[in-house]
Each structure stands twice: as C-alpha cells, then as structure tokens.
Ligand binder design. Structure first.
Ligand SMILES: Cc1ncc(COP(=O)(O)O)c(C=O)c1O
Length: 387
C-alpha cells in the first residue's frame, strides 16, 4: 500500500521517538513536554465524581455548557475578551485538534500558512493535512526575535493564516507587544487570519502579563485564540483544549470539529470546570514552582557545560553542546545522551523545517519534579566526572 501523497516526507514524531528511547534506556525523560506530577487533587476528585455520576456518553459537540461558560468567564476576567459560550467557544481534543480543525476550516489549496521556526512539530503536518502550503519565518538564535522585515517578506496575497505561539516553545521567548503589533498589522494588511497557540499562557517568568493577540486593535474578528488544560493543570493526557473565535470563524471550525471527534472527553471536561474555578493562588503557586524548576534546570545546564539562556516563558530550554566537542550532530547527541548518560532530550533541528537550523542545540523539558531534575543533573555530573 502506498500512503497518500500528503504524507510524503513525514515520519514519526521525533519527540515521541525520544520518549521511547528514554523507556528503552531507562533514562530520565526530559524530552517530551509533559509534567511528571499530577493535576491538582480537587481536579482529579472532580473527574472521579464525573465518572461516577453518569457523564460517560457523548455530550454537546462544542463542549459541555458549564465548561464553555467557565472558559468565557476566564477569557473575560484575564484578558477582557468577550466570547459568547454558546457561539464562540469550542472544546477540542487538545490544542492539537483545535489548530488542525481551524486550518481545515479556513485553508484552500494554494493558500499559504506562515509558521514561525522553530515550531511545535505538530504545526507542519496540520498545515499539510489541511491542504495548505507552509511558509517559514525563522527566529535566529541567540535572541530569537521576530524580525519585522523577515515577517513582512513572508506575507503575500496567498497568505491565509499565521500560527503564532506565545509563550513560545521551544525557544524561551514571550513575544513583546511590539512584536505582536507587527503580526497584527500584517494580518490586517494582507487580510490573514491569526491562529494563536497560547498553551503556556500561565507559565511566564518575568512578571509580565500574557498578551493574547486577539486583544490588539482589529484582531478580535480575525484571530482564533487557542489554549488548553494540559500544561496549566498538568493534565496533558486528558487531551483537552479549546478554541475561541468570533463568527464566521467559530462556525467553520465547529463544523470540522463536529465531524472529526464528535466531542472531547466528557468526564474530563466536567473536571476542567473545577480546574477553571481554582483560586488565583493556584496560578501564583504554578509560577513559583516553575521559577524553581527553571532555576534548577539552568544550574544543571551550566554545570554540564551546556549553554542556554533562561526562558521568559514555557518550560523548555534550547541548550548548545559546543563545549562537549561531540563528534556528531544534534540527532546523534540526542541519541547518545539517554544511552550513555541516562537523560533523554530532543534534537534541536526537529523544530525546524529549514535544513541546517537547530543543529547545534538540544531541547530540555523541565516540567518535572525538582527531584527528577536533580537526578538528571546527578547523571550528567557523574558521567562527566568519569570522563
Ligand atoms: C506549543 C505547543 N502547542 C501545542 C502542544 C500540544 O498541545 P495539546 O497536548 O493540548 O494537544 C504542545 C505540547 O507540547 C506545545 O508545546
């Protein structure tokens, strides 16, 4: 059987391959971006209650009404964005589905979709599955700034959409208001839609607020604001995300969602209402915990002679391994590390489509218990000590 042409050149996700490698070598898995700790107790209890109270069948396609209402209240309270829960909010199977459904809802053959490199590896297949043509704008290390000239050069009359992720994985960036304005201005000039991935909205270190692109003048009606529960509530396996958009975008993406997944996991949707009702103290504690994890990660990298800048947001670090004088590229390095040091990471270049970019870096995910990070540091240290 010959697979469909749209799969040409695609292979298994490198990140998930690295997780398997971690299992094979019993390595500490700092590759895939999932926490090794549980969601808050009261959220787990709410999931148990939902399972026990008959919430085990299909529910409203767009998401359970109480959850959509809680999401609308959150968007109003945090960002002063107005979404009607009955029309503008769709609960999806993760951010991944929300992005994919949006692209399938808006992209026609020949349309271009701008992807900012490095990028979460799901974006490119999502654009291709939707029949779009990807166009890349690279963030150059070590600053990873969104350069206005490069951005402008990517926009043209065929541009249908741009995918913007802030706080950004895998770089450390939280885009500035100026950078966001550059995106907003170009979207309006070229009549393009912004698809934002705000999954790390609550993991920001420098005290600055998260700024959704939809809050910028003229952007509410041309932005699909996407976020999820996986990272904020340490529940990546629950597969719950949401898309907020005004019409006609909302109706279009709902049509795709309806016939792709019918609805997101119902008992877990009920539990996410509890998650959204957690007090502000939850978010403050979340930040404190990530500040401590980031500090631990940076200290480990420094000690291991891996060069990196502290992240502004999200929970990844791209680290250079120049000082190791390793004879091989990032893939070889990332395959060697779990085998010889018992620590799994992701090769930097798997976040780029442009050949050659990201070759001198590996990505560490630090959404881990401090003792897990400490153990990873110990492994790197022991082996280095042994030469
Ligand atoms: C930037 C970014 N977007 C999306 C996802 C996937 O989100 P979800 O698990 O909600 O599909 C990830 C996961 O690591 C991510 O880093």
């Amino acid at each position: 059987m010959v697979p469909a042409q749209r799969l040409a050149g695609m292979r298994e996700s490198f990140i998930r391959e690295m997780t398997r490698l971690a299992i094979t070598h019993q390595a500490i898995n700092l590759s895939q971006g999932f926490p090794d700790f549980d969601p808050p107790r009261e959220v787990i209890d709410a999931a148990h209650r939902a399972l026990d109270s008959g919430l085990n069948q299909y529910h409203v396609t767009w998401g359970m009404p109480p959850l959509r209402q809680a999401i609308a209240a959150k968007m109003k309270r945090w960002y002063n964005l107005d979404f009607d829960p009955d029309q503008h909010i769709t609960v999806t199977c993760g951010v991944t589905e929300a992005i994919s459904a949006t692209l399938m809802a808006i992209v026609n053959p020949g349309d271009e979709v701008i992807i900012i490199e490095p990028f979460h590896e799901g974006y490119l297949p999502a654009v291709i599955f939707a029949g779009g043509t990807p166009r890349f704008v690279a963030l150059e290390p070590p600053v990873y700034a969104l350069e206005p000239d490069k951005l402008r050069a990517a926009f043209n009359p065929r541009t249908r959409a741009i995918i913007l992720n802030t706080p950004h994985s895998p770089t450390r960036r939280v885009f500035t208001l100026e950078e966001l304005h550059a995106v907003a201005d170009l979207c309006q000039e070229f009549d393009a839609i912004a698809i934002t991935d705000e999954i790390y909205e609550h993991i920001i270190y420098n005290g600055n607020p998260h700024i959704p692109l939809a809050t910028l003048p003229g952007m509410a009606e041309r932005t699909v604001t996407i976020s999820g529960f996986g990272k904020t509530f340490a529940a990546t396996g629950w597969r719950l995300g949401y898309a907020c958009a005004l019409d006609p975008l909302s109706t279009a993406l709902r049509t795709v969602h309806d016939f792709t997944t019918i609805c997101a996991p119902v008992p877990l949707q009920a539990a996410c209402v509890t998650a959204l009702n957690l007090p502000d103290a939850y978010y403050e504690q979340l930040k404190c915990d990530y500040v401590a994890r980031r500090a631990k990660m940076m200290a480990i990298l420094e000690e291991a002679h891996l060069t990196a800048q502290p992240p502004e947001g999200a929970y990844y670090v791209l680290a250079g391994f120049d000082a190791w004088n390793f004879d091989g590229d990032d893939y070889a390095f990332a395959r060697m590390l779990p085998q010889k040091y018992g620590v799994a990471v992701v090769p930097g270049s798997c976040f780029y489509a442009t050949p050659g970019m990201g070759k001198d870096a590996i990505r560490f995910a630090f959404a881990k218990k401090l003792e897990t990070l400490e153990a990873a540091g110990e492994r790197l240290r022991t082996r280095i000590g042994n030469g």
